[in-house]
Design a protein. Sequence first.
Length: 65
Amino acid sequence: MGMLNLFELEDDEELMLGQTIFENADHYYEVMKKTGSNDMLSYLNQHIKDIIEMDKVISSKFRLV
C-alpha cells in the first residue's frame, strides 16, 4: 500500500511531504533562531495561507527519550 492509498485527493490537489531532521535539541533551537530572523522565510510564512489550506496540513514532532 502506498501513501496515496491513505488519502483521497481531488483532481486539483497534490500531496506534498517534507521531513526535517536535527542532530539534537540544541541544533533545532540554533536553526530556529537563525531562520526566524530570515526576511524571506517570514514573508513566505505570512503568505502561505493564500496558497495552502492550512486546515488540511498535518504536522507532528517526535522526540527520542
